[in-house]
Design a protein around this ligand. Sequence first.
Ligand SMILES: C[S@@+](CC[C@H](N)C(=O)[O-])C[C@H]1O[C@@H](n2cnc3c(N)ncnc32)[C@H](O)[C@@H]1O
Length: 211
Amino acid sequence: MPTLFEIAQGCNTDKTMPSATHGHSYLHIYEKFLSFLDQYSSLRILEIGVRYGGSINMLQKRFPNAFVVGLDIEPCEFAVHDQSRYEFFQGRQDDTEILATITKKFESFDLIIDDGSHLISDYVNTFLFLQKYLRKTGFYIIEDLQNNYYEHNLTRSTKANNNGEQFNQFQAQMMKSLHLSKSYNLSNLSPNMFSIHHYPGFMVLTKSFVF
Ligand SMILES: C[S@@+](CC[C@H](N)C(=O)[O-])C[C@H]1O[C@@H](n2cnc3c(N)ncnc32)[C@H](O)[C@@H]1O
């Protein structure tokens, strides 16, 4: 099976770009995590942020046993690799109604990638809603975290994120919850994650000891 990076060469996705600080693309690192999913006979994947569909097609090709769900604020028309394994929802990632519709239909996911607005309030709220629907053996990836430190809008969908302050708060809460686990009640923030992995530009969260 070709790697995610190799497959992505034929797809229109910016995930092949080397990170700003290191020479590896996200996909070189994703491969190490996501090959863990190869042991399962059927998978469900959700990607927030579809744009030209490049990543959706890459995921379908890399995981021929995966049903891939896409959510985007825009309609995102593209030539889907395998239409029978794809469903698209149009809406905002912080809209809990649309997230509830998706999770009611698909119940749980092996992989959730948040490549949507990159606005911290959006991806934190999306994570707080969706984390319950991540399978115990799944991966939750939040991309383009460099946006947390920009002072001004650098892209169409990215707004200022307080120079990383909100991101630091989010991380502090996550770390506290991770280390104190069930003995610490975080009220509405009770993600119960097992691990948090940081790489240049993104983080991967897991719910159990997957390696
Ligand atoms: C970086 S592009 C996604 C690229 C795609 N994941 C790939 O790798 O090929 C980000 C997408 O997020 C969408 N987006 C921006 N704000 C959003 C929001 N609040 N909710 C849902 N999608 C949003 C944009 O319309 C855009 O298509």
